[in-house]
Design a protein around this ligand. Structure first.
Ligand code: AMP
Ligand code: MG
Length: 330
């Protein structure tokens, strides 16, 4: 298969990043959190995961560009020096070839701008930092984009289990997709994968929907109105990170709503590219709130889109109509 090397490299890099993140999460202490300008928590795991994935991508594909969420600026302070030491300790346990004085420059290989031409990877080293810090769901999200189109997507979900209903299933799943070749899931420590498909629910009243835990990232009051219009009976499933896309792709939920909370906010490509291709390859649909396709050719943000609607495909038209009705009534 074309893109097999890209897929395998991405899966192995994400697995290593998952290992690092799980280790940090189980020993989380406050000095591993520093504050970014936008006040979102940034952790040793965030930078460590970016170091690992960027290093592995550059080793396999030295000419590829990377558009990643973090940069080393926040680490170039006195407090940042302590954090860099901690990052180095975690990273070198997994990749001993990485030297401490390379960490900042490896992180900064993720500084590309993206755009309409050529090929680049986009990485969210920890999507759902808030979930990570709460000990809940988060994801390592990596995708390959060529000429504005998402071609490969890998989502590492260290805390997701096979079954959303029960927490005792084995935790730690990797979801992946290659354009035109379907979507799959595997356990982090296993090599074999199985195909996944979206639900075949045709009527929205039986369709569980998912949304952000954080109402600042997606309006819960608008989603409640939309659910009412659609006659959705179940309570919303609130999960942090692109685990929401994974849950749609494997059919646990049939609708994902991300409804704008701020007029000027632009979604980031790394928050959506991997989840987008995984849902589409599992047979679902993903658009913005107006039903337009997501446009990954606009640089680091989805500048041409507002919000996101993901569904099992079957329900897409109905859901987008209800979303437009609610947004127009405001
Ligand atoms: P979630 O876990 O789905 O709530 O999404 C987490 C992501 O939301 C983070 O990676 C941020 O990049 C992104 N984010 C931050 N502010 C906003 C906002 N106002 N609207 C939508 N997404 C946001
Ligand atoms: Mg994110």
């Amino acid at each position: 298969m074309k893109y097999d090397q890209e897929l395998q490299t991405a899966i192995e890099a994400v697995k290593k990043a998952c290992t690092l993140c799980s280790r940090v999460q189980s020993s989380l202490v406050s000095d591993e959190t520093i504050t970014k300008k936008d006040k979102s928590p940034v952790t040793v795991a965030d930078f460590g995961a970016q170091t690992i994935v960027c290093h592995e991508l550059k080793k396999a594909f030295p000419n590829d560009q990377i558009v990643a969420e973090e940069n080393s600026k926040a680490l170039q302070t006195e407090q940042g020096e302590l954090v860099t030491q901690r990052i180095y300790e975690y990273v070198s346990d997994i990749l001993p070839e990485i030297k401490k004085d390379e960490i900042h420059s490896i992180i900064d290989t993720g500084n590309s701008e993206g755009g309409p031409e050529g090929r680049f990877w986009t990485l969210d080293p920890i999507d759902g930092t808030k979930g990570f810090l709460r000990g809940e769901q988060y994801a390592i999200a990596l995708a390959l984009i060529e000429n504005g189109e998402v071609i490969v997507g890998v989502l590492g979900c260290p805390n997701l289990s096979e079954n959303l209903e029960s927490s005792d299933g084995r935790k730690g799943l990797i979801f992946s997709a290659v354009k035109g070749h379907g979507a799959s899931v595997r356990h982090i420590e296993e090599e074999t994968s199985e195909k996944i498909e979206v639900s075949d629910i045709e009527h929205p009243s039986y369709a569980p929907f998912c949304e952000s835990v954080e109402s600042a990232h997606s309006s819960h009051s608008d989603s409640e109105k939309i659910a009412q219009i659609l006659g959705v009976r179940a309570e919303p499933i609130r999960i942090d990170s692109q685990c929401k896309y994974a849950v749609i792709a494997r059919g646990d939920a049939s609708i994902y709503l991300r409804l704008p909370t701020k007029k000027d906010y632009r979604e980031k490509i790394w928050d959506h590219a991997a989840g987008y291709i995984i849902v589409k390859e599992a047979g679902g649909r993903v658009s913005d709130v107006l039903g337009n396709d997501l446009d990954f050719s606009q640089g680091r943000t989805l500048a041409n889109n507002r919000g996101v609607v993901g569904t099992n495909g079957e329900l897409h038209g109905l859901v987008v109509s209800a979303v437009i009705e609610v947004l127009n009534s405001k």
